[in-house]
Design a protein around this ligand. Structure first.
Ligand code: NAP
Length: 282
């Protein structure tokens, strides 16, 4: 029987614990603060920001939104970040990506104080991940680790194959899995004979942005399949990077889309915000 890895339910369970932690922090005089910076009026970004803010507020986290016009220049955005870096009531700063073309995304990420970099994209935090030292880790891979943990799926000694090498999913996923003693293969669009590798995976993490790219013949029977994708198919329906209908009967466990990795990403973001806020007590 295939296990459906229910990210929605798992995230809700985590929220109960987190809400209690936030209440304890508030009782000790620390209200966790999350600043979200949105530049421009991209509708998808606006929805992501709204979801993150709603979730934060439900937990008792103070969420502050800075909305800047699409023609904002780099200096103005950097000044906003500098003010948030200096604000002791803010524990986490999140700049919603993508940014408009006149803005240098790398410079913006570099400007966020590493210890407030709640997305874990700053080079200091990436370095901490790859040296296996404590730091902030990107929310999507962290949420996936929390989901695996919730279902008691150990990764040590497993062969994990990751499809995709983005800075927000594939690379940090590889770092986390390696730190948890998996044997990791990272694949991408230039990988020859990709499916020969995916078929060797005990744990297959797919983050390509290609709708229903992985079908049953690319999966080892019994494998744990994590579908990060959030894509629209030709009919406009929300689907993952994995063809759920054909892969689910073959896999040992699989995440659905929606309701798998997506809710865990937001949960992980909240976990990181709370972790950062706890540092104020030290
Ligand atoms: P991305 O930056 O576009 O990276 C995609 C990666 O997939 C690249 O490394 C690319 O290889 C690789 N790739 C693309 N086509 C491929 C192919 N045919 N064969 C092998 N590799 C291929 O995307 P991303 O930001 O990582 O996002 C990936 C997907 O996850 C998207 O659907 C996105 O919406 C979704 N996502 C979901 C969440 C969530 O919370 N659920 C969070 C983040 C992203 P190259 O490097 O060689 O180009």
């Amino acid at each position: 029987m295939t296990t459906i890895l229910d990210g929605k339910q798992t995230a809700n369970d985590l929220m109960v614990t987190l809400k209690a932690e936030v209440a304890q922090l508030i009782a000790r005089g620390v209200t966790p603060g999350l600043a979200v910076v949105l530049v421009g009026d991209d509708p998808a970004s606006a929805i992501y920001v709204r979801n993150k803010q709603r979730r934060a507020e439900k937990l008792g986290i103070r969420s502050v939104k800075h909305t800047l016009p699409a023609d904002t220049d780099q200096a103005t955005l950097l000044a906003t970040i500098a003010a948030l870096n200096a604000d002791a009531s803010i524990d986490g700063i999140l700049v919603q990506l993508p940014l408009p073309p006149q803005i240098d995304e790398a410079a913006v990420i570099a400007a966020i104080a590493p210890d407030k970099d709640v997305d874990g994209f700053h080079a200091v935090n990436v370095g901490r991940l790859w040296t296996n030292t404590p730091g902030v880790v990107a929310s999507t891979p962290l949420g996936i680790m929390a989901l695996l943990d919730h279902y008691g799926i150990a990764v040590a000694g497993k062969h994990a194959v990751i499809v995709g090498r983005s800075n927000i999913v594939g690379r940090p996923m590889a770092g986390l899995l390696l730190n948890h003693d998996a044997t990791v293969t990272i694949t991408h669009s230039k990988t020859p004979d990709l499916f020969a590798l995916t078929r060797q995976a005990d744990l297959l993490v797919v983050a390509t942005g290609q709708p229903e790219f992985i079908t049953a013949d690319a999966v080892k029977p019994g494998a744990v399949v994590i579908d990060v994708g959030m894509d629209r198919n030709a009919a406009g329906k929300l689907v993952g990077d994995v063809d759920f209908a054909s892969v689910a009967p073959v896999a040992g466990a699989i995440t659905p889309v929606p309701g798998g990795v997506g809710p865990m990403t937001i949960a992980a973001l909240m976990m990181q915000t709370v972790t950062l806020a706890k540092r104020r007590l030290q």
